[in-house]
Design a protein around this ligand. Structure first.
Ligand SMILES: [Zn+2]
Length: 81
C-alpha cells in the first residue's frame, strides 16, 4: 500500500467506504474520494486522508448473478477490470 503526505493545513475531505460485496471474493472497501482499495476499513483513508463518514453498500454480487444467468458460466473476475 502506498502512502502520501496529508496536508494538515486544510480540513480533511470526507468520504465513505464503498463496500463491494462479491460472490466468490472477500468483500472489499473502496475510498469514494481517491478510489483506493482496502480490506480493512478505517476511520481515515490511509492514502488520501479523507475522514470516513460511513459505509455504502455496493452489492456487486447481484451483477455477478445476472452475468451467470445470462452466460451460464462465471468469468475470471480479474478479466476486464
Ligand atoms: Zn482515499
Amino acid at each position: 500500500m502506498k502512502y502520501t503526505d496529508v496536508d494538515n493545513s486544510r480540513p480533511p475531505a470526507t468520504a465513505v467506504w464503498v463496500k463491494e460485496e462479491y460472490l466468490f471474493e472477500p468483500d472489499r472497501f473502496k475510498c469514494s474520494n481517491c478510489g483506493e482499495w482496502t480490506l480493512q476499513p478505517s476511520q481515515e483513508c490511509p492514502v488520501c486522508g479523507a475522514r470516513m463518514t460511513g459505509i455504502r453498500k455496493d452489492p456487486v454480487w447481484i451483477d455477478e448473478i445476472v452475468f451467470i444467468e445470462e452466460n451460464g458460466v462465471w468469468r475470471d473476475p480479474q478479466d476486464g477490470r
